[in-house]
Design a protein around this ligand. Structure first.
Ligand SMILES: [Ca+2]
Ligand SMILES: [Ca+2]
Ligand SMILES: [Ca+2]
Ligand SMILES: [Ca+2]
Length: 609
């Protein structure tokens, strides 16, 4: 197809889809950095706007802006400081990226995984083309840095920067010796995209948002938050987007929302940072930070994001929110994957593996349900205050430098129901579960097996904070390795009915790779496990109808005619009855009779494929 014909087809498409408002191209506006047409008015793929800002200016409610693959920068014109340039979302306007665009066999063909329609904060176009965030101008605490010339210059002066770790003094040296390199981000936009004041009809779909640099060091400047996307009072819809290599000095490297309920679906947050540029601040929410609202994060992925200086929430930080985090995956983030402060979200069906920590629940009434929390380098779940519920959750192979490898509860009335807590380690106390201060915690229908602290195998540890703050713990219908004697420390223990101490007979606890605490582990119960049909049905909340596999939660697993919930996250299926010799004979006879009847009535042909 030649370009002229392509342009004609595209204009016809524009006319066909432009009934609202009448003007050509009002319903769909095209943006393509490589458009070859003569008029760049957004009316077709080849007459597309070359940049995104004029399309946003021209758009009104009802407009869809289609963006072809290419790099787009916010236009600094009209801003006193060019770094304030940003793409502002609008109500009723859908911005869609990932289109093949002008010249492609099908210009409307679309790929958003990830999208090559890149919204970039590098307005001067001088950032190094690195695929990784780790650079010479920030402390990585790993040996060396990616730019060979800069690494050589710095390590000539301080060899430990290459031999041991790239720490603050290496960064300081790099900033003087490799100034061009280190200054390259100092001229980027504070916020690549802004969604303040919009509602859910402002839709961002299928773009990559990168190289925002919200680094104003004055604490707490708005320009130290939301480097990828900044929202003050707004609830945009964000779908299928990739946030990568955005860096905020304080809050929300990828995404920052204050007072709003964003819906974030199918997005990836990779290699974003909340950097903590000064000593007064800690970075919070490396991937995303939401304060006050009811956010939805559904089907999202958070990988290698960072919240610095012991900052909170390398993946997501929620402050005073409700909301839902569902079906998300967190892997390799530097700190706690999900950090909730005075928040009451529902966190369900999430996989949280090999992060600096699992989930922090600081107050509120949060619920964690149907999650897998594996091999993190802090407690699997750390509760401080509040009334958290932890249900049907697999907590395996986590390591706490302090107390409570699996779950650590301080001053917290936590309920732990139908959890499988296995092979977690605590450096000090409570390999499986630690309960400290005036906590009233209950453990029901759960399995604690193979957890240990450095010196022994105490599954559970109770620790008063003062003579008047003594923890209380109820354990019932649970499998506790070592039984009551595996509960260490001091507190009020109610050892309820139905507790057992027998090998739970997991199918294959450490999985094919022989290492426990990762995703190939199989902690399902063998049919003859003592945990089958050994729980307490009355402890199962009515809202819980399935196990971690999504199979029915209360099943008669021992075929005695009574359906009883199993201990742990998985429910063993009802066994298939084993046929006796007589049964086999009768079944064979029946099949023969049925087969003969069918062949006679339909003929053999009917059974051929
Ligand atoms: Ca730059
Ligand atoms: Ca394994
Ligand atoms: Ca059962
Ligand atoms: Ca039964």
């Amino acid at each position: 197809m030649d370009l002229r014909r392509l342009a004609t087809v595209a204009s016809v498409t524009a006319v066909l889809v432009a009934p609202r408002g009448g003007a050509l191209g009002q319903a769909i506006l095209y943006v393509d950095a490589s458009a070859t047409g003569s008029t760049h008015n957004g009316s077709s793929w080849c007459n597309a706007y070359l940049q995104l800002t004029p399309a946003l200016t021209a758009a009104s409610a009802g407009t869809t802006i289609r963006v072809a693959d290419g790099v787009y920068n916010p236009d600094p014109a009209g801003f006193p400081n060019p770094r304030q340039a940003t793409f502002q979302l609008e109500n009723g306007v859908t911005l869609e990226g990932g289109y093949a665009g002008c010249g492609a066999p099908d210009p409307n063909a679309r790929n958003t995984n990830p999208s090559a329609a890149v919204l970039s904060g590098d307005i001067q176009g001088n950032d190094p083309a690195s695929n990784e965030f780790r650079d010479c101008c920030n402390a990585s605490y790993l040996p060396g840095c990616p730019d060979a010339a800069c690494a050589a210059a710095v390590c000539a002066q301080y060899s430990f920067c290459c031999d041991a770790q790239w720490e603050e003094i290496c960064v300081e040296t790099a900033r003087s010796k490799c100034a061009t390199l280190c200054d390259s981000k100092d001229d980027n936009c504070y916020h690549v995209v802004t969604g303040s004041g919009v509602d859910a009809t402002a839709i961002l779909d299928g773009v990559t948002i990168t190289l925002g640099q919200a680094d104003v060091p004055t604490f707490p400047s708005e320009d130290s938050k939301g480097a990828g996307m900044y929202v003050q009072g707004g609830s945009p819809t964000i779908r299928n987007c990739l946030f990568c290599r955005n860096d905020a000095g304080y809050l929300g490297g990828g995404l920052y929302v204050h007072t709003g309920s964003p819906q974030v679906m199918g997005c990836t947050f990779d290699d974003n940072r909340a950097s903590a540029y000064d000593l007064e601040s800690t970075g919070e929410g490396g991937g995303a930070y939401v304060e006050a609202g009811n956010p939805l994060f559904s089907g999202c992925t958070f990988t290698i994001n960072e919240a610095r200086s012991f900052g909170a929430g390398a993946g997501i930080r929620l402050v005073q929110t409700g909301g839902i985090i569902e079906g998300c995956r967190f892997a390799g983030n530097s700190g706690t994957a999900i950090d909730c402060y005075l928040s009451s979200p529902l966190i369900e069906q999430c996989t949280i593996v090999s992060n600096g920590g699992g989930i922090f629940l600081g107050g509120g009434t949060p619920t964690v349900r149907d999650c897998s929390i594996l091999g993190n380098f802090s407690p699997g779940i750390y509760c401080f205050g509040g009334t958290p519920k932890i249900i049907n959750t697999l907590i395996v192979g986590n390591f706490a430098g302090g107390s409570g490898g699996g779950v650590s509860c301080e001053l917290s009335n936590a309920s732990i129901l139908n959890c499988t807590i296995v092979a977690n380690t605590a450096y000090t106390n409570g390999g499986g579960v630690y309960v400290g201060g005036s906590s009233a915690t209950q453990i029901k229908n759960s399995i604690l097996w193979g957890n240990y602290r450095q010196s022994d195998r105490s599954q559970i540890y109770l620790q008063p904070f003062s003579p008047s703050t003594i923890p209380t713990l109820t354990v019932a219908y649970s499998e506790i390795q070592g039984g009551q004697s595996a509960v260490g420390g001091l507190g009020t223990l109610t050892w309820g009915d139905g507790n057992i101490d027998q090998d739970p007979l997991f199918v294959d606890a450490d999985g094919a790779d022989g290492t426990i605490g990762n995703e190939d582990d199989n902690l399902r119960l063998s049919p003859d496990s003592p945990c089958v049909d050994s729980g307490d049905n009355s402890a199962v909340p009515p809202s819980v109808t399935v196990d971690l596999d999504g199979h029915p939660r209360i099943v008669d697993g021992d075929s005695n005619g009574t359906a009883v919930v199993d201990m742990g996250v998985y429910e063993a299926p009802k066994p298939i009855p084993v046929l006796g010799e007589l049964g086999v004979c009768i079944m064979t006879l029946l099949l023969l009779i049925v087969g003969t009847v069918l062949i006679r009535s339909h003929g053999r042909k009917a059974f051929e494929p």
